[in-house]
Design a protein around this ligand. Structure first.
Ligand code: ZN
Length: 147
């Protein structure tokens, strides 16, 4: 990879790690799941609002290293508007990019995390949010009781 591009990728990760997008609770969520990466101490809870099989909102709460926060930040940005099938496919593509080095042109900005493949101990940091995503999508929607 060319050095300028590598630096740009690095800066994007640091930036999202410091100031994650979509950080905070989602009061009208329909799905959620928690993730914990004991190797690094990264923890997060992913909140989704899915209406008519369309992800209307994705937010997360938690704390961890820059890579785990950047991955959750970029993932929640990318999920909005997707169907659960599309989100599942994105998760598979992301995992393949990190573990097998499969090019993933459809991942857009998430491609900045491709370099994590060279640091095997950090791969679990990058995939944590995605494990939570798969768990959240597998949940039956919660019944909301307002009374
Ligand atoms: Zn980490």
């Amino acid at each position: 990879m060319n050095m300028d591009l590598q630096q740009l990728y690095q800066e994007t990760i640091v930036d999202h790690g410091r100031r994650p997008h979509n950080l905070g609770p989602l009061p009208d969520e329909t799905h959620h799941a928690e993730g914990f990466n004991p190797l690094c101490g990264d923890r997060l809870v992913l909140h989704l609002r899915i209406v008519d099989d369309r992800i209307e909102a994705a937010r997360f709460e938690g704390s961890g290293c820059a890579i785990s926060m950047a991955s959750a930040s970029l993932m929640t940005d990318a999920l909005r508007g997707l169907s659960s099938d599309q989100a599942g496919r994105m998760s598979t593509d992301f995992q393949a990019m990190l573990t097998a080095g499969t090019p993933a042109p459809d991942l857009g900005k998430l491609e900045v995390l491709a370099g994590v493949r060279n640091y095997p101990t950090r791969i679990k940091c990058a995939t944590l949010a995605w494990h939570a995503l798969r768990a959240a999508l597998a949940n039956a929607p919660q019944t909301v009781h307002t009374e």
